[in-house]
Write a protein that binds this ligand. Structure first.
Ligand code: NDP
Length: 324
């Protein structure tokens, strides 16, 4: 028997339980991975709370890094003994060992350790598709990145800076603002205290930003629309403060023929080639040192509930890993 975090009802962090589970042999197309580290992501809290419903009882977690122990029939992507990491696919990453589709696994470059691998895949692939696919950042673009000191935020700030953008971040505290500045943000707005759109206009000579990357949702949505330049793009990609309420598309014409999109990582990595392409770009940025992955919190995997409490209370910065 091995162990995993599972939950039988939706709710607060207390619903997460450390349980004995049986993990069999991998089926066709699957690999069995022994985790060295597991990534914590805000989406895990949506699964746990029921905002994104899952059939119950359920495992939880979408990101991990470890060693391939066994492969099922027809697997060509990885071999036994490979050091691998993944993001997405079926939930169940909060586990010591698991089986999952082998076509979701990428072999980790030797220069990337397991903790970094587990910390970077979901947030890093997200930064990759947001900046390279959803709205392709151009040198000289002004971009606004909310929650700039968070997991996606710290990676996106560094990457956007490396692409030649002028980066404006938002954070809740001065200490987080300092961290964002140390990771590529040219300016940081304290969104609990300042008028974001007004500050953005001041910082961009009245023009507004080309794109807003908004993973905060409810609390920032209106200010994000007001921060855009003519024909700018609002990328609404998360709900850390709650889901965005319904809105009237007429607003988009009134505020400057704006674009809005609500993308997911799953739809940008549905094909193995897409996953490999984005993963390759991410690995290059990390190995070259242009993007540093900051693992600022670690917890023992059985303590996952405590990690959820801290993430939801805005006590974390950068990335967090759970250690089996
Ligand atoms: P973070 O590490 O960024 O944590 C969330 C941060 O959001 C907090 O640290 C906090 O920063 C900020 N925040 C603002 N309001 C609240 C609130 N009311 N409660 C809690 N936090 C708040 O998380 P991740 O990097 O894992 O994810 C960031 C966002 O991106 C999430 O919304 C997530 O769901 C989304 N996401 C979407 C993906 C997609 O493909 N669509 C993929 C990956 C992530 P501060 O204290 O500075 O305000």
């Amino acid at each position: 028997m091995t162990h995993a975090i599972r939950f039988h009802q939706t709710g607060g962090p207390e619903v997460l339980r450390w349980e004995a589970v049986a993990v069999g042999e991998p089926g066709p197309g699957e690999a069995r991975v022994r985790h060295a580290a597991v990534g914590l992501n805000f989406i895990d809290t949506y699964h746990r709370s029921g905002l994104y419903p899952l059939p119950l009882p359920s495992g939880i977690g979408l990101e991990g890094a470890g060693v391939v122990e066994a492969v099922g029939a027809g697997v060509s992507e990885v071999s036994v003994g490979d050091r691998v990491a993944y993001a997405g696919g079926p939930v169940g990453a909060y586990s010591e060992v698991r089986c999952l589709p082998a076509d979701r696994l990428l072999v980790l470059p030797a220069a990337i350790d397991f903790r970094t691998g587990a910390a970077m895949m979901l947030q890093g692939l997200t930064a990759a598709y947001l900046l390279r696919k959803t709205y392709r950042v151009q040198p000289g673009d002004a971009v606004l990145i909310h929650a700039a000191a968070g997991g996606v935020g710290l990676i996106a700030c560094q990457w956007a800076k490396a692409l030649g953008a002028s980066v404006i971040g938002t954070t809740s505290t001065p200490a987080k603002a300092e961290l964002a500045r140390a990771h590529g943000a040219d300016h940081v707005i304290l969104y609990g205290q300042e008028d974001v759109a007004k500050r953005v206009r001041e910082l961009t000579g009245g023009e507004g930003v080309a794109v807003v990357y908004d993973g905060v949702g409810k609390d920032t949505f209106a200010g994000s629309l007001d921060s855009l330049r003519l024909r700018g793009t609002l990328v609404s990609f998360g709900n850390a403060s709650g889901p965005v309420p319904p809105f009237d598309p007429l607003l988009l014409s009134q505020k400057g023929s704006l674009f809005i999109t609500r993308p997911t990582l799953a739809h940008h990595t549905a094909k193995r080639e897409e996953l490999a392409e984005l993963g390759g770009e991410l690995f290059d940025r990390v190995v070259s040192g242009q993007v540093r992955i900051e693992v600022n919190q670690t917890y023992a995997l059985p303590d996952a509930a405590r990690a959820h409490v801290d993430l939801e209370a805005r006590r974390t910065t950068g990335s967090t890993v759970l250690l089996p």
